[in-house]
Design a protein around this ligand. Structure first.
Ligand code: FAD
Ligand code: NAD
Length: 476
């Protein structure tokens, strides 16, 4: 067993851990990163990147199919398209490999020592690394321990994962072949991003969501165009339904029993949905077990490790970032926290107090929310001005064949300071940068309204929303 000493020891090489390591390396901090699986974590290997690759592939396939069926208003005609799923997955895996290889190269350039293996915490300054067989390979002593262990999919006790018929997003992102029918449990981020993807690839999809509407994390007005598109795509929705458990299944078919939620339905006969696979996407939980974290007896916030606004835990020189610290479980939050912790250890004064953390859901159409929604702004005690600009009045949206949706701005009525932006529509994920910058920089409606925006672009809808809030819209 090798014994190592380091200043900063990071557990987990996901977006939180690897960004912290790169920044620490840049700042001259001696850094060791321990990763049990692949560098890049959930996001690069089994999350953000592979899902967006498949979303793109499915969109291309659906477009080609629409063209083949003669329904392209553009006059494009193609022969009946076919799909080589193995090639699609190989393409997706190629992107993942390029990115994870890039992370390894960046860490090497910053002289970060990467130790492959599973870190087991012995105390706040000592970690033992074990290989896949559980054999100890390294004992590492550190001055600072940074926990970036990420999250795991929530398993439903009534419908446990078996990796084949009841699967998580991890298996859904690497299918060997596509099922004919898929039941998705959970109409949140993963359930809808992947449910839409599978539907566009030709799979019959049903989504069971416990809440009365899809994407409950976003406001209802924003998700309405997504719900309309789900109907157009032929995805069956069971809103306000609870999953009771598996139903008797025959051969390769798997069944799931569902019933409307609420005590008044408890005597109702359950409905059985049959499928070839069930994707359970009912949330993710911080990864806190199996590596000695409980031995540190850190203060917790629910299932997450509690941290202050510098990502310090309740134990001196033990830090935590990313999904391990709870919601919002987003890669860009983990990265921002990781960068900050490295800077604090290097002696800089930093606090994690962002004015906003953008949320983007890559459904069809895409949904973006940055800062406060109208209801959140009112609940925070603000008198607000809100205005929407529809993509139906935006030339660029017409040329991109997607006029569903709108941009909405929320601002203080007294000062016109912008508090929030929301958008739903094709390609709106790319507007998140402009939204985030305007809020971080404290922009007012007039700043955006009087900025010349390129024509034709979706950004003009952003300018028009600000103009409309001022009562000066030009194109609506
Ligand atoms: P993780 O990325 O989970 O990394 C933790 C790493 O720690 C893992 O590699 C794990 O192997 C390692 N590890 C854990 N314990 C140990 C140990 N004891 N020893 C050694 N290594 C250990 N977020 C977005 O912002 N945008 C998206 O589009 C998006 N899409 C997603 C799609 C899917 C299907 C999923 C599942 C998630 C998605 N997310 C998305 C969420 C995003 O992946 C996470 O928020 C992000 O990965 C969190 O980063 P992290 O560094 O905290 O943890
Ligand atoms: P989620 O919280 O977005 O959605 C889970 C959904 O499942 C909720 O709507 C919930 O009401 C529902 N649900 C829970 N238990 C249920 C049950 N028993 N029966 C029916 N419905 C049930 O979680 P997710 O979709 O699993 O994604 C996990 C996390 O990963 C997200 O919260 C997000 O942080 C991250 N993620 C982000 C992106 C992105 O940024 N584009 C994409 C995918 C995942």
């Amino acid at each position: 067993m090798q014994t190592l000493q380091t200043k900063l020891l990071i557990l987990g090489g996901g977006p939180g851990g690897y960004v912290a390591a790169i920044r620490a390396g840049q700042l001259g901090i001696q850094t060791t990163l321990v990763e049990g699986q692949a560098l890049g974590g959930t996001c690069l290997n089994i999350g953000c990147i592979p899902s967006k690759a498949l979303i793109h592939a499915a969109g291309e396939f659906a477009r080609a199919q629409a063209q083949a069926s003669g329904s392209s208003p553009l006059g494009i005609q193609v022969q009946k398209p076919t799909l080589d799923v193995a090639q699609t997955i190989a393409w997706k895996d190629g992107i993942v490999q390029r990115l994870t290889g890039g992370v390894a190269a960046l860490l090497k350039r910053q002289k970060v020592q990467v130790v492959q293996g599973w870190g087991h915490i012995l105390d706040g300054k000592t970690v033992e690394v074990r290989d896949a067989q559980g054999q100890a390979t390294h004992r590492i002593q550190c001055e600072h321990l940074l926990l970036a262990n990420g999250s795991l999919p929530v398993e439903l006790p009534v419908l446990p994962f078996d990796g084949e018929r009841v699967i998580s997003s991890t298996q859904a992102l690497s299918p060997k072949q596509l099922p004919k029918k898929l039941v998705v449990v959970g109409g949140g981020y993963i359930g809808l991003e992947l449910g839409i993807t599978y539907r566009k690839l030709g799979v019959e999809v049903a989504v069971v969501e416990a809440a009365p509407r899809i994407l409950p994390a976003y406001d209802a007005e924003l998700t309405r165009p997504v719900q309309a598109r789900l109907q157009e795509l032929g995805i069956t929705l069971y809103l306000g339904h609870q999953v009771l458990g598996p139903a008797q299944s025959k051969g390769k078919t798997v069944g799931v029993e569902i019933r409307p939620a609420g005590a008044e339905h408890e005597k109702d006969k359950p409905q059985v949905l049959k499928a070839d696979q069930i994707l359970v996407a009912a949330g993710r939980r911080p990864h806190t077990e199996g590596y000695g974290l409980d031995g540190l007896q850190l203060s917790m916030k629910g299932r997450a490790v509690q941290v202050d606004d510098q990502c310090r835990t309740s134990m001196k020189n033990v830090w935590a970032i990313g999904d391990l610290t709870g919601e919002p479980m987003l890669a860009h939050r983990a990265m921002a926290q990781g960068e900050m912790v490295a800077e604090i250890i290097a002696g800089k004064t930093r606090h994690f107090q962002p004015a906003q953390i953008p949320a983007v859901c890559f459904t069809d159409p895409e949904v973006v929310s940055v800062g406060l929604s109208p209801d959140e702004a009112k609940a925070a005690g603000h008198e607000v001005l809100t205005a929407q600009f529809p993509f139906a009045a935006n030339g660029r949206a017409m040329t991109l064949e997607d006029t569903s949706g709108f941009v909405r701005v929320v601002a203080r009525k007294d000062t016109h300071r912008i508090l929030g932006w929301q958008a739903v529509g094709g390609h709106v994920a790319e507007l998140a940068a402009a939204f985030a910058q305007s809020i971080e920089m404290g922009a007012h409606l007039e700043d955006v309204a009087h900025t010349i925006h390129a024509h034709p672009s979706l950004g003009e809808a952003v300018q028009e929303a600000a103009l409309r809030a001022l009562g000066q819209a030009l194109h609506v």
